[in-house]
Design a protein around this ligand. Structure first.
Ligand SMILES: [Zn+2]
Length: 278
C-alpha cells in the first residue's frame, strides 16, 4: 500500500512529467475488480476526459489529486499497486484499472492489487467524499506539531484508539500512515506498539512526533519505500529498519533480537529491549 512518501513522490513526478499533457483517450480499465471504487460509468469517464489537459498534481494523506481540464479532478486514493507512466501506449501492462492516453503517444495507468479509489469529480465535489471530507492534519503539514499530537492523543483515546500503534494506523487519526512506515516510527521513538497512550510523558510524545516527521521526510527524500514503485516503474530507496527481514536479526541500537507479533490487523516488528512497555 502506498503511504505518504510514495504519494508525495508520485505527485511530484506527475507534476514534472504530466502537467499540460492533453488526453486523447481515457478508460476505466480492462480488468474488472470489485475492490476498485469508481464513481461513474466508463463511457461517462471517457467523454469527460477526452481532449482535456492535465493540471498540476497534489496529494494529501493517502489521496492523490490530478486536475483534468479546468472543471474536473481525478482522485486516486488508498491505493496498493502501481501508478505508471508509459512512454508508449504500446507498453501498457496486461491488466489495469484506469488509463489515460496522451497526444505525445504516452499513457498513464493505475492498477491496484488490493483496493483503491479511481474517481472523477467536478472540481470541489471531491472534498465531500468520505475520508477526504474532514481529513485530519497530516504529518507533512505545518500544523502537525508536538502540541497537536499531544491533543490528538486525548481524542484518539476517547475514540477507542488507545495505543501507539492504534493512533498511528487506525481510524484515520493520522492520515497517510500505514502499517509499513509505522514500524520504523515506533522503533525510532522507542515505543512498543501496544504501549497505552495514557502513560506517555511529554518527552515520549516529543520523541514520537520527531520519529513520525523525521521518518516521513527521510522516506520522501529517498523516493518512497523500496518495495513500492514510482511513476517511472523504479523502486524507492527507503529500506525499512523493521520489517519481516529484521526478525531474529540484531537490533541496530542494542543488539537484542528483533521480534514480531500480530497486533491490530497486521504484523509488528520491534526490539523487545529498546521498545519495552513503559
Ligand atoms: Zn534494541
Amino acid at each position: 500500500m502506498f503511504e505518504i512518501p510514495e504519494y508525495v513522490n508520485i505527485a511530484r513526478q506527475m507534476t514534472e512529467s504530466l502537467t499540460g499533457k492533453r488526453i486523447t483517450q481515457g478508460d476505466l480499465g480492462n480488468s474488472p475488480h470489485k475492490f476498485v471504487w469508481y464513481n461513474m460509468k466508463p463511457s461517462e469517464f471517457a467523454a469527460i476526459v477526452k481532449g482535456k489537459a492535465i493540471g498540476k498534481a497534489y496529494t494529501r494523506g493517502r489521496w492523490l489529486f490530478l486536475p483534468v481540464g479546468d472543471k474536473h479532478i481525478l482522485v486516486l486514493g488508498e491505493c496498493g499497486g502501481k501508478i505508471l507512466l508509459h512512454k508508449s501506449a504500446l507498453m501498457l501492462p496486461h491488466k489495469y484499472h484506469l488509463s489515460l492516453h496522451f497526444e505525445d503517444g504516452g499513457a498513464l495507468t493505475a492498477t491496484t492489487q488490493m483496493w483503491g479509489a479511481m474517481e472523477l469529480y467536478e472540481k470541489g465535489k471531491e472534498l465531500e467524499r468520505q475520508y477526504i471530507k474532514g481529513m485530519r492534519t497530516t504529518p507533512t503539514e505545518p500544523g502537525f506539531t508536538s502540541t497537536y499530537l499531544s491533543n490528538l492523543m486525548r481524542e484518539s483515546i476517547g475514540s477507542g484508539f488507545k495505543t501507539v500503534k492504534a493512533i498511528l494506523t487506525q481510524g484515520q487519526m493520522i492520515p497517510g500512515l500505514g502499517n509499513a512506515i509505522a514500524q520504523d516510527i515506533m522503533f525510532k521513538a522507542k515505543l512498543n506498539p501496544r504501549q497505552p497512550l495514557d502513560a506517555l510523558q511529554k518527552n515520549h510524545v516529543e520523541a514520537l512526533h520527531r520519529a513520525i516527521v523525521g521518518t516521513l521526510l527521510e522516506a520522501i527524500r529517498l523516493g518512497g519505500r523500496n518495495d513500492e514503485f514510482d511513476l517511472y516503474g523504479n523502486p524507492g530507496k527507503y529500506v525499512r529498519l523493521m520489517d519481516k527481514n529484521a526478525v531474529g536479526q540484531p537490533c541496530p541500537e542494542c543488539g537484542a533480537k528483533i521480534e514480531d507479533m500480530s497486533y491490530l490487523g497486521g504484523t509488528c516488528y520491534f526490539c523487545p529491549t529498546c521498545q519495552r512497555l513503559l
